[in-house]
Ligand binder design. Structure first.
Ligand code: ADP
Length: 485
């Protein structure tokens, strides 16, 4: 059992009981059992957290607002070190909370530390410009913090998504109010304690746990929030953006995808196939940038399917702690949804090329789905068009570059894309034509890429997370024009 203090919100560096007094049970997806409780936040809790954040920033005069860029950087480096020093504990919490295999949870903890390290180093490299203007003027821009930023975090990668979003916002000098997902927030509550111990002033980071329609909706609509960043489903992202629009607040939305990988006949298949598999199996397919479609040049389609099928048949699914290829799905509702896609595709007569196996050690009460490979999936089918958010891969073939691009771009989404070919001209031509925020050539994901701007087009959202680009998004430009002659 986690400490009882975590059935409270973290506001102004203290554990604060929820105003409504309620709790939410935390379920272990590996066996379906309740193993902890967290606080059920409401609008009053969000209001208290926003008040604490506003006081900490206070237009640059509060205890956090007064920090110089150098001081922010040094403190964030200490926070990065605290994450690294406690990585195993954080990874174990994340593994239990989300069901993800331990090796994935450990990689997430390492990335969490890396985000803080990266943004620590960026604090004092963030600056405005001087602009050439008419004679007699000097014009300069300041990059100022928005003030108070809101962060709505999903359950699939709590540490990583908190790291990229809150890390960048703090580095730019904002005070943060965070609403983690009700399904997975334990690692973030533990981090809050580490941040305070590292010296983060009260109110710079506040975490209110709770349901989306309660605490999340209250955060999106709060007039004391100056910017919202949201990662989650397109439908919820739209609600968040609508609520923020009432107060004319900017939003950054990262809303998932239906990302394609294009495999050409000249590709190095020995290099490609393990990556094609990992891109959909990682985190049981519950990854915004999962490579959920593989489009293959016609002449090698069946060979690629055979190779993928051999790899899928060897995949083993089980509890997070067993550290197999794939863990469970986050909750019973999502499991039913993912299984529903598979059942419908089978019912529609789609060809199942291979499926993984459930380990004997997997409790029957856990939320498991075996990775499933469908071949020759029509372009209009649901598993080509909709985000399954599970370990389901769909293949299809194309005849030439033009058809490859048409199929790749033929969904409502546009988050990332992969291209596998040795032809250098084609690599660049396609990278330009693909509708995506990131294009990977002869790799997929670049190992996570903390430094690389990430985000989508179309229904995948707008704005960019990660890298220096995210830092710019957490600032507001002020132009100062000085007439001296
Ligand atoms: P899922 O349905 O898979 O949980 P969501 O996109 O709904 O995906 O959830 C992502 C995050 O958004 C979670 O933290 C969730 O609590 C939050 N959320 C859900 N509904 C709302 C809402 N109406 N307003 C603000 N946040 C919400």
């Amino acid at each position: 059992m986690i400490p009882a203090t975590q059935t409270a919100h973290f506001i102004a560096n203290r554990w604060v009981a929820p105003a409504g007094g309620g709790t939410i049970p935390v379920v272990d997806p590996s066996d379906g059992a309740v193993f902890a409780y967290v606080a059920r936040g409401n609008a009053a809790d969000i209001d208290a957290a926003v008040g604490a954040a506003r006081a900490a920033h206070d237009g640059g005069d509060g205890p956090w607002g007064r920090f110089s860029a150098l001081e922010r950087g040094r403190l964030m480096m200490r926070m990065a070190q605290a994450i690294a020093d406690n990585a195993e504990e954080l990874a174990r919490l994340e593994c239990r909370d989300t069901g993800k295999p331990m090796k994935q949870a450990r990689a997430d903890a390492a990335a969490f530390a890396r985000y803080f390290e990266y943004y620590a180093g960026a604090c004092d490299k963030l600056h405005g410009d001087t602009l050439p203007y008419q004679r007699g003027y000097t014009v300069l821009t300041l990059r100022e913090a928005h003030g108070v930023t809101g962060h709505i975090i999903p359950w699939n990668y709590p540490m990583q998504i908190f790291g990229r979003s809150v890390g960048a916002a703090l580095a730019a000098g904002n005070a943060c109010v965070v609403k983690p997902a009700e399904d997975a927030c334990l690692s973030l509550l533990r981090f809050a304690e580490l941040a305070a111990a590292a010296g983060l002033p009260a109110g710079a980071l506040n975490i209110v746990t709770g349901f989306g329609h309660e605490a999340g909706a209250a955060l999106s609509a709060h007039p004391g929030i100056d910017h919202i960043s949201f990662t989650g489903s397109p439908a919820t992202g739209s609600l968040v953006a609508q609520a923020a629009a009432v107060n004319h607040r900017p939003v950054t939305l990262e809303l998932g995808g239906k990302s394609p990988q294009l495999v050409f006949a000249d590709a190095d298949l020995d290099a490609a196939v393990p990556v094609l598999v990992a891109a959909i199996v990682q985190n049981a397919g519950q990854t915004c940038s999962a490579g959920s479609r593989v489009l293959v040049e016609q002449s090698i389609h069946d060979e690629v399917v055979q190779r993928l099928a051999a790899a899928f048949a060897a995949l083993r699914v089980g509890p997070g702690e067993a550290d197999l290829d794939c863990g469970p799905i986050i909750n019973a509702r999502q499991r039913a949804r993912v299984q529903g896609f598979i059942d419908q595709a089978r019912g529609d007569g789609l060809e199942v090329a291979a499926a993984g196996t459930l380990a004997a050690s997997a409790p029957s009460s856990g939320f498991y789905v075996v990775p499933t490979l469908f071949a020759h999936v029509p372009a209009a089918h649901r598993i080509t068009q909709e985000e399954v958010f599970g370990p389901v891969l769909a293949t299809a073939s194309f005849r030439d570059d033009a058809e490859a691009v048409r199929l790749a771009n033929g969904t409502p989404y546009g988050l990332v894309a992969g291209v596998w070919t040795r032809d250098g001209a084609r690599q660049l031509r396609l990278a330009r034509k693909l509708q995506a925020g990131q294009v990977f050539v002869n790799n997929y994901g670049a190992g996570g890429g903390v430094e690389l701007p990430f985000g989508g087009v179309k229904h995948s959202g707008h704005g960019r997370e990660k890298g220096f680009e995210a830092l710019l998004g957490f600032t507001c430009v002020k132009t100062i024009a000085l007439r001296h002659d």
